[in-house]
Design a protein around this ligand. Structure first.
Ligand code: F6R
Length: 383
């Protein structure tokens, strides 16, 4: 069998993809629909009495922070990138144990962890409460939801059966959008969301395992990427999407990858491509393109191809599909996700398990059990 034919052989796909990542990934449009319906049922309280001494009032925030790590943080990046040009309230993603110094009672903090067990996120929750931020918790369960219940904080429990947090992106993104809608910060999103779901449905068919390699963009891209280190170049509303693609290549395909964004990459990253060809020929650059990309960005992309990318193995492009910003962002995200799963299969690795992440988390807990300490601090808060 020709090596590329592996991707058209359903038996091989199933044998390597033991947890059915591909099929689950293809359901992204369904996840979006379910996430929106579930989040619309959520009621945001006017206030919460955490303890005798502490009350948190929920109203229009001055700024927004999304606290989370890895697959649970990326929804925050999507929110940030999508709303950059339309909402004046600043949105920041916090991938750390502690919130930035400006966080206070006028800050809305989404505390997001799919498993509900990530120590950085649990710690950020405590920090947010201490600063009396308007906290909304999003998780599938775990310690995070137990803490939220204990402190009477508003929470959204999302579908828990997905084998990996990174599959749950719609469940970790749409609740944030809907809560913002409830607070009057965004409006009129239905058409855009509808188009996003439609685009994802079309792309799922076009890039399904049944669509053969020559007519299947994601399979083709995986094939092109298989022998080199992928470097994803995004811009503006595709920064989070580029980051996501890089992370999916790491976690699903188990390959090193990196991402950068225009215009910043023109001020440092491009210099690296001047290295010896022995080094640069190990990389393939994937450019995220949009038919409506601003002229100054288009100019930079074209000039970068001409002046800086002459010695890399390949320069490839991934084109956004759709009209609205959300549909276009999700189209690239989805194609990137599928590509990373096909690449895993090509490389003969099961896309789902991420043993080293689990091992790191266990090692951290063994050496310094921060969660036990947090439990004590939470108890002190409500006493
Ligand atoms: C695993 C994954 C990781 C996790 C991260 C945080 O699929 O994508 O990046 O998302 O380790 O864990 P959670 O999402 O459970 O807070």
């Amino acid at each position: 069998m020709k090596k590329s034919a592996v991707l058209d052989d359903t038996r091989t796909l199933r044998r390597i993809d033991k947890s059915n990542m591909l099929e689950l990934c293809l359901k992204t449009s369904e996840y979006c629909k379910e996430a929106i319906t579930q989040s619309r049922r959520f009621k945001l309280p006017k206030k919460v009495q955490v303890s005798d001494k502490m009350q948190i009032k929920y109203r229009k925030p001055r700024n927004i922070i999304v606290a989370g790590m890895g697959g649970s943080a990326i929804g925050g990046d999507l929110l940030h990138d999508w709303l950059l040009n339309r909402v004046t309230t600043p949105v920041e993603v916090c991938r750390d144990y502690y919130l930035p110094a400006y966080a206070n009672k006028e800050t809305l903090v989404f505390v997001v962890s799919y498993s509900g067990e990530t120590e950085e996120t649990l710690c950020a929750l405590l920090d947010a409460i201490k600063r009396k931020c308007m906290v909304v918790v999003v998780a599938s369960g775990g310690t995070l939801i137990s803490f939220a219940k204990k402190l009477l904080l508003p929470y959204i429990i999302v579908r828990s059966e997905l084998p990996q947090p990174r599959l749950a992106v719609p469940y970790l993104f749409f609740p944030l959008v809907i809560v913002m809608e409830k607070l009057g910060l965004v409006s009129g999103i239905d058409k855009e969301v509808g188009e996003t779901i439609h685009v994802l449905e079309v792309l799922a068919k076009e890039n399904s395992p049944k669509a053969s390699l020559e007519n299947n963009f994601a399979k083709k891209l995986a094939w092109e990427l298989r022998l080199t280190i992928p470097v994803i170049y995004g811009f503006r509303q595709y920064r989070g999407v580029a980051w996501r693609f890089k992370s999916e290549l790491n976690e699903n395909s188990k390959v090193p990858a990196k991402w950068e964004a225009f215009p910043e990459l023109n001020h440092n990253d491009v210099v690296g491509w001047g290295a010896s060809e022995k080094l640069t020929k190990n990389f393939t650059v994937v450019l995220i393109r949009d038919k409506d990309e601003p002229p100054e960005i288009r100019n930079r992309i074209e000039s970068t191809k001409k002046l800086a990318l002459c010695k890399v193995a390949k320069v490839l492009e991934i084109h956004a599909v759709g009209k609205s910003e959300l549909a276009k962002m999700f189209s690239v995200l989805f194609l990137g996700d599928l590509t990373s799963v096909y690449l895993a299969i090509l490389l003969g690795v099961d896309p789902s398990p991420v043993k080293i992440i689990a091992a790191m988390k266990n090692e951290m807990r063994r050496n310094y059990n921060i969660v036990e300490r947090l439990e004590k601090e939470f108890d002190k808060l409500i006493d």
